[in-house]
Design a protein around this ligand. Structure first.
Ligand code: AVJ
Ligand code: FE
Length: 444
């Protein structure tokens, strides 16, 4: 880990940049759109904003600096366990002006606390500034949640259409979007012992034996997914598991979230209220675990286990170590990964060759999260830190793990060891697919 001064500047930069991004995402919303609960599975945006402030207050002002609570009522209002998502639309939420003022007030004090805190190596919250990293990552994750909530709406277009395509460098590299890479059998180090940035659920690093398998070089593209639909994929019961068939019967879905027939046999995509033509080489996004699994069966494969995914993406067989990022040790640049809301959607496959892993897997971090076959469980030797409500309460509850990161993920979160999770029926997050083949697991 970097020298204390450098690390402090890095963390200050994250806090500042993340706050700027929060404002960039919420400022264009009308007051009513800040308060309305757009969907039962998502929070009113103003709740996310206030909760971000309250989380920062709790960890930086109270835990670290021992200051009293600003307002005990806010501690209750913004407690995600006391007030689960479905009921947040009925809460007495503050005006957006008050929520933003709360953010600003907490941050002003947090900056002082940051300057006065020593990164004491004997105190796990302070060591390497862990708690500041955690607070910055928390805000970043809620930005993704806000974006997912807004992307569910057809009637709201808060961001200009140019933002959907802007700024991310896209190379015109033509590639085979069905290419696969081989990963030979052998043990690798899953997870990490990092205590500066990683969440408790990513630790400890531990050896896992993995048999040989093949995996897609790229996330599944819109072109491939459209071919699945055209082949009757949603109607072919044999491609779907029991859970998948129940989900189909329950929802009646016949295409990914946001896909709209274009009237000429093709598809358009509704993205943040704008209708855009389907880019055939963009990774498909907004699919459930069940759709990912059925697609994998359609191409004669299966979803990778979490261990297979991680080995293909992080293991460096020459160096004999797992890397922080697919390409090595350096954090993402726009040449490596489509993260940080550089554009409001995934980038076409083949546009990021510098981001390849040792085995040749591309677009693994950024663009879309990728469903794995694995349930969210603790690694052997797991130890809860610093609070059970981040990871521990979600273990063994039927959540499936998604790996990688999306276009909306902050570079501060987009480690290759990062684990995301959601219910298998959900597709509001920026979820996509990467298929595995062969190996000793066969088709589940
Ligand atoms: C890791 C994305 C599943 O949003 O439920 C935010 C992140 N945890 N605040 C979630 C999180 C606490 C978490 N996910
Ligand atoms: Fe949270």
């Amino acid at each position: 880990v970097a020298a204390v001064g450098t690390r402090r500047r890095t963390l200050e930069g994250w806090l500042e940049r993340h706050r700027r991004r929060t404002r960039k995402l919420v400022d264009p919303l009308a007051d009513d759109d800040m308060h309305r609960q757009h969907h039962a599975i998502m929070s009113p945006v103003v709740w996310d904003v206030g909760h971000v402030a309250n989380f920062e207050e709790w960890w930086l002002l109270r835990e670290l600096a021992g200051r009293p609570s600003t307002d005990p009522d806010l501690d209750v209002l913004y407690d995600p366990v006391v007030n689960p998502r479905a009921g947040r639309g009925g809460l007495a939420l503050p005006e957006r002006r008050e929520a933003i003022a709360y953010l600003d007030a907490v941050r002003a004090e947090a900056v002082e606390v940051m300057r006065a805190t020593t990164f004491d190596p004997d105190e796990p919250l302070r060591r390497d500034g862990y708690v500041f990293s955690m607070v910055a990552q928390h805000e970043a994750q809620h930005q993704e949640t806000i974006l997912a909530a807004l992307d569910l709406r057809a009637d709201l277009d808060p961001y200009p259409p140019a933002a959907l395509l802007a700024s991310h460098r896209v190379l015109g590299r033509s590639v085979d979007d069905e290419a696969r890479v081989a990963v030979p059998a052998g043990a690798f180090v899953m997870g990490t012992d990092d205590t500066a940035d990683a969440y408790d659920n990513e630790r400890p690093g531990h050896l896992v034996d993995v048999g040989d398998f093949w995996i897609d070089r790229f996330p599944v593209t819109g072109r491939r997914f459209a071919a699945f639909i055209a082949d009757g994929g949603y109607a072919r019961a044999e491609l779907w598991s029991d859970g998948g068939r129940a989900w189909l019967a329950d929802t009646g879905h016949g295409a990914p979230q946001g896909w709209v027939p274009d009237g000429a046999g093709g598809w358009g995509i509704r993205r943040f209220g704008h209708l855009v033509p389907l880019d055939p080489f963009e990774p498909v996004v907004h699919v459930s675990y069940w759709e990912a699994q059925a697609f994998a069966h359609w191409v004669g494969g299966r979803l990778p286990t979490e261990a297979e995914w991680e080995k293909a993406v992080r293991w460096d067989p020459v160096g004999g170590r797992s890397r922080p990022y697919p390409w090595g040790d350096a954090p993402p640049t726009p040449r490596h990964a489509n993260v940080d809301v550089a554009r409001f959607g995934p980038a076409p496959v083949g546009s990021l060759p510098a981001g390849a892993s040792a085995y040749g897997v591309e677009h693994a971090v950024g663009d879309v999260y990728e469903w794995t076959a694995s349930e969210f469980t603790a690694y052997p030797g797991f130890s809860c830190f610093p609070y059970p409500e981040y990871s521990e309460v979600f273990f063994d509850e039927g959540y499936r793990v998604l790996r990688g990161a999306s276009w909306a993920t902050s570079a501060a979160v987009a480690r290759a060891s990062f684990r995301n999770w959601d219910h298998p029926q959900r597709r509001q997050i920026f979820s996509g697919i990467r298929v595995a083949y062969g190996g000793d697991r066969g088709r589940p």
